[in-house]
Design a protein around this ligand. Structure first.
Ligand code: MV4
Length: 509
């Protein structure tokens, strides 16, 4: 009887309002669930893997996302016309847009994510802080309301026990509109600057004050909540390794949490989800201070880039669970069913030139070989001959490894990164290698300041490779010159033979 009721709401066809690796990731689960997929694509994505893998695909517009992947109404129309029951937004683009979620529902479709009201509430830092305080979830000590004036700010700071403090945009997130203030003399200018930046970034100049936590770790808890009141957590991910507010390496579990602390934080994360009537998959972010205190930072109302490390250690498919929850199935797992096993690491692979200040690197992928073997997973949105353009996020793939222990996972990740062959664009693989081999990372003793703190050492380590690459490039240029000289008599033949693919394969990246 239960089966009969739930099968009425079975998702048979689903539109993926996204591109790249996450669109491919979602399509894979849909195939396993027998759900037909509808992809959408911009001009430059016409031949992308997510388009080739989906059962159907529709062109939506020119490359800029404002004219393609962000056109909510158009995506809804395509979903309706192609007979979809649901839309999966992935991450980024429209995934945390409450108006889009509402429009999807009003069109009679299922939005695979939380309720629009939850997205809205969590979009406001001041409103979400208030909700958490009322629910007994610890937040960083700070102002309850927006800061109205300099004198009011001074009062609040005095009540917090003084400096350092952090000014944050109420509409913010991702570090925009954030200003550290270390002394009273800086306050006035910092307040103006933070307001200006907030207005520019979010169209809202509301800022508030938090005590500045100087050496925190970024620990986040994965949440799953169904429409029947069941809320569970799937333990934590440590995402402290970031560069300019972009995560670089994530891991599960965190090296430093004790079983007691992990349990305590997990229960608080559940409480946080319950406090906002959370449904579907979500993430509760905490700042974790060196003394063991922790504070709610924000809740991400979407599937996250780093979700695979949780999948590997918990043995679950989060996309499958998202779809089941959205079609009103009860959670097939209870808290007691979650048994973490082993250790997982994820490296984000970006098309960026680490030897040139991480500028985006674009171009055609000429040669691509993924690492393989036990415990290795590559979630990629590209293939050989794909073109990486300047229009979208530079992250084109993720390398995830699983092993019984952190030490084994580290060794496996090093091996896998060195096995990764990609030519045509520069990638952040050398940077990942320098982080993974750093003694403080290996010890697990790192905070969100890791990259800044050890920048010189990290740079020296990956620049070493640059020298080798330069020597190899010079050698290759010489080799080409030499071969060309001998090919002047038969140019047609010579062009094809100028360098053996076997020799190319032997080159690092
Ligand atoms: C903080 C903080 C220290 N103290 N809040 C950065 C992005 C935004 N979501 C919150 N962030 C921070 N908030 C207080 N009161 C330090 C950071 C922070 C950070 C947080 C998580 C991961 C990486 C970070 C890098 C720099 C600063």
């Amino acid at each position: 009887m239960r089966e009969a009721i739930f099968s009425m709401k079975m998702t048979k066809k689903l539109l993926i309002a996204n591109r790249g690796e996450i669109a491919v990731r979602i399509i894979r689960t849909c195939r396993e669930m027998g759900i037909h997929t509808v992809a959408v694509y911009s001009d430059v994505d016409r031949l992308s893997p997510h388009v080739l893998m989906a059962e159907e695909a529709y062109h939506i517009g020119p490359p800029p996302s404002t004219e393609s992947y962000l056109l909510g109404e158009k995506l809804i129309e395509i979903a309706l016309q192609s007979g979809c029951q649901a839309i999966h937004p992935g991450y980024g683009f429209l995934s945390e847009n409450a108006d889009f979620a509402r429009a999807v529902m009003e069109a009679g479709l299922i939005f695979i994510g939380p309720r629009p009201e939850t997205i809205e509430l969590m979009g406001s830092k001041t409103a979400s802080r208030k909700t958490m305080i009322d629910a007994g979830v610890p937040v960083v000590p700070g102002s309850k309301e927006a800061v109205q004036s300099l004198s009011q700010a001074e009062e609040i700071i005095a009540s917090l026990g003084g400096y350092p403090i952090l000014l944050k945009a109420a509409a913010g997130g991702g570090g925009k509109g954030m200003r550290v203030v270390k002394t009273a003399s800086e306050l006035s200018r910092a307040l103006e600057a933070a307001k200006g930046e907030a207005l520019k970034a979010f169209g809202d100049d509301t800022v508030y004050i938090e005590k500045f936590v100087e050496n925190p770790k970024h620990i986040e808890f994965q949440i799953l909540a169904d429409q029947h009141g069941n809320v569970i957590h799937l333990w934590e991910r440590d995402c402290s390794i970031q560069r300019r507010h972009q995560k670089v390496i994530e891991e599960c579990p965190s090296k430093i949490l004790t079983p007691e602390k992990r349990m305590e934080m997990g229960e608080i994360a559940r409480k946080a989800a319950q406090a906002c009537g959370y449904v579907n998959a979500g993430t509760v972010e905490f700042l974790y201070d060196s003394d063991g205190s922790f504070y709610f930072l924000e809740m991400n109302t979407r599937l996250q880039v780093e979700h695979p490390v949780t999948e590997m250690v918990m043995g679950v498919d989060l996309v499958q669970l998202q779809i089941k929850i959205a079609q009103n199935d009860p959670l097939p797992l209870q808290q007691d069913d979650i048994h973490p096993r082993g250790h997982a690491l994820e490296c984000r692979i970006n098309a960026e030139d680490v030897f040139n200040n991480f500028v985006p690197s674009t171009g055609k992928i000429t040669n691509l070989q993924h690492p393989e073997g036990p415990g290795i997973r590559v979630d990629s949105g590209i293939e050989a001959h794909s073109e990486i353009t300047r229009y979208y996020d530079p992250m084109f793939a993720k390398l995830i490894v699983w092993a019984p222990s952190r030490e084994d996972a580290l060794q496996k990740m090093l091996r896998a990164l060195m096995e990764f062959r990609i030519t045509g664009v520069q990638t952040t693989i050398p940077f990942c290698l320098s982080v993974l081999t750093h003694p403080e990372f290996r010890k697990g003793e790192f905070t969100t300041r890791f990259v800044d703190l050890y920048w010189d050492e990290l740079k020296e380590s990956f620049m070493d490779e640059k020298e080798i690459l330069d020597v190899l490039a010079a050698a290759l240029a010489c080799y080409r010159d030499t071969t060309r000289k001998f090919q002047t008599t038969t140019p047609q033949d010579g062009a094809a033979k100028s360098i053996s693919p076997w020799k190319l394969r032997a080159l690092p990246r």
